[in-house]
Design a protein around this ligand. Structure first.
Ligand code: ADP
Ligand code: MG
Length: 322
Protein backbone atom coordinates (compact mmCIF):
# COMPACT_ATOMS: atom_id res chain seq x y z
CA UNK A 1 0.00 0.00 0.00
CA UNK A 2 2.77 2.47 0.89
CA UNK A 3 4.58 1.49 -2.31
CA UNK A 4 1.44 1.93 -4.43
CA UNK A 5 1.02 5.36 -2.89
CA UNK A 6 4.60 6.29 -3.64
CA UNK A 7 4.09 5.24 -7.25
CA UNK A 8 0.95 7.35 -7.45
CA UNK A 9 2.89 10.20 -5.85
CA UNK A 10 5.37 9.90 -8.70
CA UNK A 11 2.60 10.97 -11.05
CA UNK A 12 0.73 13.51 -8.98
CA UNK A 13 3.42 14.99 -6.74
CA UNK A 14 6.42 16.10 -8.75
CA UNK A 15 7.55 19.09 -6.74
CA UNK A 16 6.58 21.39 -3.87
CA UNK A 17 4.18 23.27 -6.15
CA UNK A 18 2.23 20.04 -6.75
CA UNK A 19 1.67 19.71 -3.00
CA UNK A 20 0.45 23.29 -2.81
CA UNK A 21 -1.88 22.70 -5.74
CA UNK A 22 -3.46 19.56 -4.31
CA UNK A 23 -3.90 21.00 -0.82
CA UNK A 24 -5.38 24.26 -2.07
CA UNK A 25 -7.74 22.39 -4.41
CA UNK A 26 -8.96 20.34 -1.46
CA UNK A 27 -9.51 23.55 0.50
CA UNK A 28 -11.49 24.98 -2.42
CA UNK A 29 -13.57 21.82 -2.74
CA UNK A 30 -14.39 22.20 0.97
CA UNK A 31 -15.95 25.62 0.19
CA UNK A 32 -13.36 27.64 2.08
CA UNK A 33 -13.56 31.42 1.86
CA UNK A 34 -10.04 31.96 3.20
CA UNK A 35 -6.94 29.98 2.33
CA UNK A 36 -3.54 30.83 3.79
CA UNK A 37 -0.39 29.20 2.48
CA UNK A 38 2.92 29.45 4.31
CA UNK A 39 6.07 27.96 2.84
CA UNK A 40 9.62 27.64 4.15
CA UNK A 41 12.67 27.11 1.93
CA UNK A 42 10.58 27.16 -1.24
CA UNK A 43 8.38 24.43 0.19
CA UNK A 44 11.20 21.93 0.53
CA UNK A 45 11.34 22.40 4.28
CA UNK A 46 7.67 22.98 4.91
CA UNK A 47 4.33 23.79 3.29
CA UNK A 48 1.34 24.69 5.41
CA UNK A 49 -2.16 25.29 4.06
CA UNK A 50 -4.90 26.49 6.40
CA UNK A 51 -8.52 26.78 5.31
CA UNK A 52 -11.82 27.65 6.93
CA UNK A 53 -13.81 25.11 4.93
CA UNK A 54 -16.12 22.27 5.90
CA UNK A 55 -13.46 20.18 7.65
CA UNK A 56 -13.47 16.39 7.80
CA UNK A 57 -15.67 14.48 10.26
CA UNK A 58 -13.64 12.70 12.95
CA UNK A 59 -14.77 9.26 11.77
CA UNK A 60 -13.69 10.00 8.17
CA UNK A 61 -10.22 11.41 8.77
CA UNK A 62 -8.22 8.19 8.46
CA UNK A 63 -10.31 7.14 5.49
CA UNK A 64 -9.27 10.25 3.61
CA UNK A 65 -5.72 8.84 3.59
CA UNK A 66 -6.77 5.63 1.86
CA UNK A 67 -6.23 5.44 -1.85
CA UNK A 68 -9.19 6.26 -4.03
CA UNK A 69 -11.12 7.38 -0.98
CA UNK A 70 -12.79 10.41 -2.41
CA UNK A 71 -15.92 11.95 -1.01
CA UNK A 72 -16.51 13.71 -4.29
CA UNK A 73 -17.56 11.08 -6.81
CA UNK A 74 -20.32 8.63 -6.22
CA UNK A 75 -20.77 6.85 -9.52
CA UNK A 76 -19.36 6.67 -13.01
CA UNK A 77 -21.75 9.31 -14.33
CA UNK A 78 -20.28 11.82 -11.86
CA UNK A 79 -16.91 11.45 -13.53
CA UNK A 80 -18.27 13.18 -16.60
CA UNK A 81 -19.63 16.20 -14.85
CA UNK A 82 -16.94 16.87 -12.25
CA UNK A 83 -17.11 20.40 -11.02
CA UNK A 84 -15.09 19.81 -7.91
CA UNK A 85 -11.33 20.04 -8.39
CA UNK A 86 -10.26 16.78 -6.84
CA UNK A 87 -11.88 13.50 -7.65
CA UNK A 88 -9.24 10.80 -7.76
CA UNK A 89 -8.72 10.40 -4.05
CA UNK A 90 -4.96 10.20 -4.53
CA UNK A 91 -3.52 13.41 -3.19
CA UNK A 92 -3.55 12.85 0.58
CA UNK A 93 -2.19 9.27 0.52
CA UNK A 94 0.39 10.25 -2.13
CA UNK A 95 1.72 13.22 -0.21
CA UNK A 96 1.67 11.31 3.08
CA UNK A 97 3.77 8.56 1.49
CA UNK A 98 6.63 10.86 0.49
CA UNK A 99 6.75 13.38 3.34
CA UNK A 100 5.98 14.09 6.93
CA UNK A 101 2.39 15.24 7.13
CA UNK A 102 0.13 16.50 9.87
CA UNK A 103 -3.54 17.18 9.23
CA UNK A 104 -5.71 18.87 11.82
CA UNK A 105 -9.37 19.31 11.03
CA UNK A 106 -12.75 20.06 12.49
CA UNK A 107 -16.26 20.31 11.12
CA UNK A 108 -17.10 22.72 13.91
CA UNK A 109 -19.79 20.38 15.28
CA UNK A 110 -17.55 18.04 17.27
CA UNK A 111 -14.06 17.85 18.70
CA UNK A 112 -11.52 17.97 15.87
CA UNK A 113 -8.93 15.37 14.92
CA UNK A 114 -5.21 15.53 14.34
CA UNK A 115 -3.34 12.84 12.41
CA UNK A 116 0.36 12.53 11.75
CA UNK A 117 1.78 10.42 8.90
CA UNK A 118 5.42 9.97 7.97
CA UNK A 119 6.55 8.10 4.88
CA UNK A 120 3.05 6.63 4.58
CA UNK A 121 2.94 5.31 8.15
CA UNK A 122 0.45 6.53 10.70
CA UNK A 123 2.49 7.89 13.61
CA UNK A 124 -0.21 9.34 15.79
CA UNK A 125 -3.91 10.09 15.86
CA UNK A 126 -5.63 12.12 18.50
CA UNK A 127 -8.47 14.47 19.36
CA UNK A 128 -7.53 18.05 18.84
CA UNK A 129 -9.21 21.33 19.64
CA UNK A 130 -9.15 23.21 16.35
CA UNK A 131 -11.56 25.72 14.88
CA UNK A 132 -13.66 24.76 11.88
CA UNK A 133 -11.56 24.04 8.84
CA UNK A 134 -8.39 22.16 8.03
CA UNK A 135 -4.68 22.79 8.43
CA UNK A 136 -2.27 20.54 6.59
CA UNK A 137 1.44 20.78 7.31
CA UNK A 138 3.80 18.96 4.96
CA UNK A 139 7.46 18.84 5.95
CA UNK A 140 10.58 17.21 4.52
CA UNK A 141 9.03 16.49 1.13
CA UNK A 142 10.68 13.51 -0.64
CA UNK A 143 12.82 12.68 2.43
CA UNK A 144 12.37 8.97 1.65
CA UNK A 145 12.51 9.16 -2.16
CA UNK A 146 15.97 10.53 -2.94
CA UNK A 147 15.46 9.93 -6.69
CA UNK A 148 12.69 12.52 -6.62
CA UNK A 149 14.84 15.05 -4.84
CA UNK A 150 17.29 14.95 -7.72
CA UNK A 151 14.67 16.47 -10.02
CA UNK A 152 14.10 19.42 -7.74
CA UNK A 153 15.40 22.62 -9.25
CA UNK A 154 16.82 25.64 -7.47
CA UNK A 155 14.78 27.11 -4.58
CA UNK A 156 14.06 30.16 -6.77
CA UNK A 157 12.53 28.01 -9.50
CA UNK A 158 10.50 25.95 -7.04
CA UNK A 159 9.22 29.11 -5.36
CA UNK A 160 8.30 30.61 -8.74
CA UNK A 161 6.32 27.45 -9.52
CA UNK A 162 4.49 27.74 -6.21
CA UNK A 163 3.74 31.42 -6.90
CA UNK A 164 2.43 30.48 -10.34
CA UNK A 165 0.04 27.87 -9.10
CA UNK A 166 -1.24 30.05 -6.25
CA UNK A 167 -1.76 32.96 -8.67
CA UNK A 168 -3.80 30.80 -10.97
CA UNK A 169 -5.86 29.20 -8.24
CA UNK A 170 -6.54 32.64 -6.74
CA UNK A 171 -7.53 34.01 -10.15
CA UNK A 172 -9.93 31.10 -10.61
CA UNK A 173 -11.56 31.93 -7.29
CA UNK A 174 -12.07 35.66 -6.81
CA UNK A 175 -14.57 34.83 -4.06
CA UNK A 176 -11.82 33.31 -1.89
CA UNK A 177 -9.26 35.38 0.05
CA UNK A 178 -5.81 33.89 -0.57
CA UNK A 179 -2.48 34.62 1.00
CA UNK A 180 0.92 33.13 0.24
CA UNK A 181 3.92 33.85 2.45
CA UNK A 182 7.46 32.66 2.16
CA UNK A 183 9.96 33.12 4.98
CA UNK A 184 7.82 35.87 6.47
CA UNK A 185 7.25 37.78 3.21
CA UNK A 186 3.71 38.03 1.86
CA UNK A 187 3.96 37.23 -1.86
CA UNK A 188 0.27 37.13 -2.75
CA UNK A 189 -2.78 38.52 -1.02
CA UNK A 190 -6.20 38.70 -2.63
CA UNK A 191 -9.30 40.35 -1.24
CA UNK A 192 -11.75 37.52 -1.85
CA UNK A 193 -14.60 39.92 -2.62
CA UNK A 194 -15.59 38.21 -5.86
CA UNK A 195 -14.23 40.90 -8.18
CA UNK A 196 -11.92 39.44 -10.84
CA UNK A 197 -10.23 42.75 -11.56
CA UNK A 198 -9.43 43.27 -7.86
CA UNK A 199 -8.06 39.75 -7.69
CA UNK A 200 -5.85 40.57 -10.66
CA UNK A 201 -4.73 43.71 -8.82
CA UNK A 202 -3.76 41.59 -5.80
CA UNK A 203 -1.58 39.45 -8.03
CA UNK A 204 -0.20 41.57 -10.86
CA UNK A 205 -0.41 44.95 -9.12
CA UNK A 206 -3.05 47.67 -9.06
CA UNK A 207 -1.53 49.66 -11.94
CA UNK A 208 -1.32 46.70 -14.29
CA UNK A 209 -4.85 45.62 -13.43
CA UNK A 210 -6.22 49.09 -14.21
CA UNK A 211 -4.64 49.08 -17.64
CA UNK A 212 -6.17 45.77 -18.69
CA UNK A 213 -9.18 45.61 -20.99
CA UNK A 214 -12.34 43.76 -19.99
CA UNK A 215 -13.70 41.27 -22.51
CA UNK A 216 -16.93 39.32 -22.65
CA UNK A 217 -18.42 37.16 -25.36
CA UNK A 218 -20.80 34.27 -25.74
CA UNK A 219 -22.21 31.89 -28.27
CA UNK A 220 -24.54 28.93 -27.90
CA UNK A 221 -21.90 26.76 -26.24
CA UNK A 222 -19.51 29.10 -24.45
CA UNK A 223 -19.41 32.20 -22.29
CA UNK A 224 -16.14 34.12 -21.97
CA UNK A 225 -15.25 36.75 -19.45
CA UNK A 226 -11.90 38.20 -18.58
CA UNK A 227 -9.20 40.80 -18.78
CA UNK A 228 -6.48 41.16 -21.38
CA UNK A 229 -3.40 43.33 -21.48
CA UNK A 230 -2.67 45.85 -24.21
CA UNK A 231 0.06 44.76 -26.63
CA UNK A 232 2.54 47.05 -24.87
CA UNK A 233 2.02 45.35 -21.51
CA UNK A 234 3.44 42.02 -22.57
CA UNK A 235 5.88 39.66 -20.89
CA UNK A 236 8.57 37.31 -22.08
CA UNK A 237 6.82 34.28 -20.60
CA UNK A 238 3.55 32.41 -21.01
CA UNK A 239 3.22 32.31 -17.23
CA UNK A 240 0.88 35.28 -17.28
CA UNK A 241 -1.74 33.56 -19.40
CA UNK A 242 -4.44 32.05 -17.22
CA UNK A 243 -7.32 30.17 -18.78
CA UNK A 244 -10.08 28.73 -16.62
CA UNK A 245 -12.92 26.46 -17.57
CA UNK A 246 -15.84 26.24 -15.16
CA UNK A 247 -13.64 27.56 -12.36
CA UNK A 248 -10.77 25.18 -13.06
CA UNK A 249 -7.40 26.45 -14.25
CA UNK A 250 -6.45 24.47 -17.35
CA UNK A 251 -3.71 24.08 -19.91
CA UNK A 252 -4.69 23.78 -23.53
CA UNK A 253 -2.27 24.39 -26.35
CA UNK A 254 -4.86 25.31 -28.97
CA UNK A 255 -6.56 27.87 -26.76
CA UNK A 256 -3.21 29.51 -25.97
CA UNK A 257 -2.52 29.70 -29.68
CA UNK A 258 -5.86 31.36 -30.31
CA UNK A 259 -5.05 34.00 -27.67
CA UNK A 260 -1.75 34.83 -29.36
CA UNK A 261 -3.52 34.82 -32.73
CA UNK A 262 -6.02 37.34 -31.37
CA UNK A 263 -3.19 39.85 -30.92
CA UNK A 264 -2.03 39.16 -34.47
CA UNK A 265 0.89 41.27 -35.62
CA UNK A 266 0.51 43.59 -32.61
CA UNK A 267 2.44 41.10 -30.50
CA UNK A 268 6.19 41.02 -30.96
CA UNK A 269 7.85 37.64 -31.41
CA UNK A 270 8.76 36.11 -28.06
CA UNK A 271 6.31 38.31 -26.15
CA UNK A 272 3.15 37.09 -24.44
CA UNK A 273 0.16 38.97 -23.08
CA UNK A 274 -1.11 39.04 -19.51
CA UNK A 275 -4.52 37.40 -19.70
CA UNK A 276 -7.10 36.07 -17.33
CA UNK A 277 -9.87 34.32 -19.19
CA UNK A 278 -12.80 32.57 -17.51
CA UNK A 279 -14.81 30.24 -19.74
CA UNK A 280 -18.14 28.75 -18.74
CA UNK A 281 -19.46 25.79 -20.67
CA UNK A 282 -21.51 22.66 -20.36
CA UNK A 283 -19.40 20.33 -18.16
CA UNK A 284 -20.37 17.50 -20.50
CA UNK A 285 -18.15 19.08 -23.17
CA UNK A 286 -15.04 18.95 -20.93
CA UNK A 287 -12.98 15.84 -20.35
CA UNK A 288 -10.77 16.50 -17.37
CA UNK A 289 -9.78 12.91 -16.90
CA UNK A 290 -6.75 13.01 -19.20
CA UNK A 291 -3.85 13.35 -16.79
CA UNK A 292 -3.48 12.73 -13.05
CA UNK A 293 -2.43 16.33 -12.51
CA UNK A 294 -5.75 17.28 -14.13
CA UNK A 295 -4.56 20.46 -15.84
CA UNK A 296 -4.66 19.22 -19.40
CA UNK A 297 -8.24 19.02 -20.65
CA UNK A 298 -9.89 17.88 -23.84
CA UNK A 299 -12.80 19.89 -25.12
CA UNK A 300 -15.70 19.14 -27.38
CA UNK A 301 -16.01 21.81 -30.08
CA UNK A 302 -12.50 23.07 -29.35
CA UNK A 303 -12.20 24.80 -32.75
CA UNK A 304 -15.34 26.79 -32.14
CA UNK A 305 -14.06 27.98 -28.77
CA UNK A 306 -10.62 28.82 -30.16
CA UNK A 307 -12.17 30.95 -32.87
CA UNK A 308 -14.46 32.72 -30.39
CA UNK A 309 -11.43 33.59 -28.24
CA UNK A 310 -9.32 34.76 -31.19
CA UNK A 311 -12.10 36.94 -32.61
CA UNK A 312 -13.06 38.46 -29.24
CA UNK A 313 -9.48 39.46 -28.46
CA UNK A 314 -8.83 40.68 -32.00
CA UNK A 315 -11.90 42.92 -31.99
CA UNK A 316 -11.26 44.26 -28.50
CA UNK A 317 -7.68 45.23 -29.35
CA UNK A 318 -8.73 46.68 -32.72
CA UNK A 319 -11.43 48.68 -30.89
CA UNK A 320 -8.72 50.41 -28.89
CA UNK A 321 -7.40 51.94 -32.11
CA UNK A 322 -3.75 51.43 -31.33
P1 ADP B 1 -9.83 13.97 -3.70
O1 ADP B 1 -9.63 15.45 -3.53
O2 ADP B 1 -9.47 13.52 -5.07
O3 ADP B 1 -11.17 13.51 -3.22
P2 ADP B 1 -7.71 13.75 -1.75
O4 ADP B 1 -6.76 12.66 -1.46
O5 ADP B 1 -7.16 15.05 -2.21
O6 ADP B 1 -8.76 13.21 -2.80
O7 ADP B 1 -8.60 14.00 -0.46
C1 ADP B 1 -9.31 12.90 0.09
C2 ADP B 1 -10.56 13.36 0.82
O8 ADP B 1 -10.20 14.07 2.01
C3 ADP B 1 -11.42 14.35 0.04
O9 ADP B 1 -12.34 13.67 -0.81
C4 ADP B 1 -12.12 15.12 1.15
O10 ADP B 1 -13.27 14.41 1.58
C5 ADP B 1 -11.12 15.11 2.28
N1 ADP B 1 -10.35 16.37 2.38
C6 ADP B 1 -9.06 16.56 2.00
N2 ADP B 1 -8.65 17.82 2.26
C7 ADP B 1 -9.71 18.46 2.79
C8 ADP B 1 -9.93 19.82 3.28
N3 ADP B 1 -8.97 20.74 3.22
N4 ADP B 1 -11.16 20.10 3.77
C9 ADP B 1 -12.14 19.16 3.82
N5 ADP B 1 -11.99 17.90 3.39
C10 ADP B 1 -10.79 17.54 2.88
MG1 MG C 1 -7.84 16.41 -3.71
Amino acid sequence: EVLANQIAAGEVIERPASVVKELVENALDAHSTQIDIIVAEAGLKQIQVTDNGAGIAAEDVLNAFKRHATSKIHDRADLFKVRSLGFRGEALPSIASVADMVLATSTGNEVGRRVHFRGGKLIEEQASAVRQGTTVTVSELFFNTPARLKYIKSPNTELANIGDIVNRLALSHPEVAFSLSHEGNVLVRTAGNGQLQQTIAGIYGVNNAKKMLAITAEDLDYRLQGFISLPELTRSSRRYITVMINGRYIKNFQLNKSIIAGYGSKLMVGRFPVIVLAIEMDPLLVDVNVHPAKQEVRLGKEDELAELIRKTIYERIAGENL
